[in-house]
Design a protein around this ligand. Structure first.
Ligand code: KIV
Length: 275
C-alpha cells in the first residue's frame, strides 16, 4: 500500500520534501532542472537531478512566445503529464501559469489539476505579499507549495522587463520580509530568480525551508536552470547565470550529468554567473 515506504530502501528512492530538507541540513546542494517532455525527463532522471520543474518557461522555449504570459493551465497539465511519465526519482514541481491563481479558489482548482492530471507533487507560484493568503489556503489543503520571488516573468509587462531584482536596499528588505511571510503562510520551498548573490545568501540564511536559486548566487541550498539553456538549444542572448554544459560534453545526457555534478560540487555557479 505505501509504495513510498517500499521504495525508501531501494537504490534510488524517490526524492520527497523530507529528503530536500535533509539535503539542506546536510549542506548537500539540490540539483534542479526544468523539463517539458518524457524523453528529456528520462535523461534528467538518469542524470540524478533531484527536482524537476515543468516551468511555464515552456511558453518561450517550446511554444516560441516572447514571454510566459500566454501559457494556460491546459498547456501545463499536458507537459506535466508527459514529464511525469519519464520520471522515477526526482521530485516533480509544476508552475501555476499567469492568472491561474488570482483567487484562493482558482489557485486550489488549478493546483488540483496539476497534481491529479499532471502528476505534480508541488505547485510553484510567482509570489509577493499579495500571494500570502493564496499560499496559506493551498497549504491548509495539504498542497506543497514553492514560492517564487525576485524576477517574476509573469509580471514582465507591469515591471518593464527581465531585470535583476532587489538591488536597492528597500527592495531587498521587502523581498526578505515577503519570503519570511510566505514561509509562515506554509510555503515548503522558495525559489529566487535573478537577484544579487548577497541577497540570495541572506534570504537562504533567514529561512528554514530549502531555497533554490536561478541567478541568485552560490549560497542558496540548490540551483535550477532551464534545460534548453544548459543544452545550448536556446538561441539569442542568454542571461549571465546560464552555463552551456554541451561544451565539452558530447551528448545531452553527458551535459545534464555534468550540470548535476557541477551543482553538487558547487563548481556552478561560478562568480561570473552571479550578480
Ligand atoms: O518557468 C521556469 O522555467 C522557471 C525557472 C525560471 C525557474 O520558473
Amino acid at each position: 500500500m505505501y509504495t513510498h515506504l517500499q521504495l525508501r530502501d531501494s537504490a534510488r528512492p524517490p526524492v520527497t520534501l523530507s529528503s530536500l530538507h535533509k539535503m539542506r541540513e546536510d549542506g548537500e546542494p539540490i540539483a534542479c532542472l526544468t523539463c517539458y517532455d518524457a524523453s528529456f525527463a528520462t535523461l534528467v532522471d538518469e542524470a540524478d537531478a533531484d527536482v524537476v520543474l515543468v516551468g511555464d518557461s515552456l511558453g518561450m522555449v517550446i511554444q516560441g512566445h516572447d514571454t510566459t504570459v500566454p501559457v494556460t493551465v491546459d498547456d501545463m497539465v499536458y507537459h506535466c503529464k508527459a514529464v511525469s511519465r519519464g520520471l522515477r526519482r526526482p521530485f516533480l514541481v509544476a508552475d501555476l501559469p499567469f492568472m491561474s491563481y488570482p483567487s484562493r479558489e482558482q489557485a486550489l482548482t488549478n493546483s488540483v489539476r496539476l497534481m491529479q492530471e499532471g502528476g505534480a507533487r508541488m505547485v510553484k507560484l510567482e509570489s509577493g505579499a499579495e500571494q500570502v493568503r493564496v499560499v496559506e489556503f493551498l497549504a491548509s489543503h495539504d498542497i506543497a507549495v514553492c514560492a517564487h520571488l525576485g524576477l517574476r516573468p509573469q509580471s514582465v509587462h507591469k515591471t518593464g522587463g527581465f531585470r535583476v531584482q532587489g538591488r536597492e536596499q528597500d527592495a531587498a528588505a521587502r523581498m526578505l520580509q515577503d519570503a519570511l511571510d510566505l514561509q509562515s503562510a506554509g510555503a515548503d520551498l522558495v525559489l529566487l530568480e535573478c537577484i544579487p548573490a548577497e541577497l540570495g545568501a541572506s534570504i537562504t540564511k533567514a529561512l528554514d525551508v530549502p531555497v533554490i536559486g536561478i541567478g541568485a548566487g552560490g549560497n542558496t541550498d540548490g540551483q535550477i536552470l532551464v534545460l534548453y539553456d544548459i543544452l545550448d538549444i536556446t538561441t539569442g542572448r542568454k542571461p549571465r547565470f546560464v552555463q552551456d554544459f554541451m561544451a565539452g560534453n558530447g551528448t545531452p545526457l553527458a551535459a545534464i550529468k555534468a550540470y548535476v555534478q557541477a551543482v553538487k560540487s558547487r563548481a556552478y555557479p561560478a562568480p561570473e554567473h552571479c550578480f
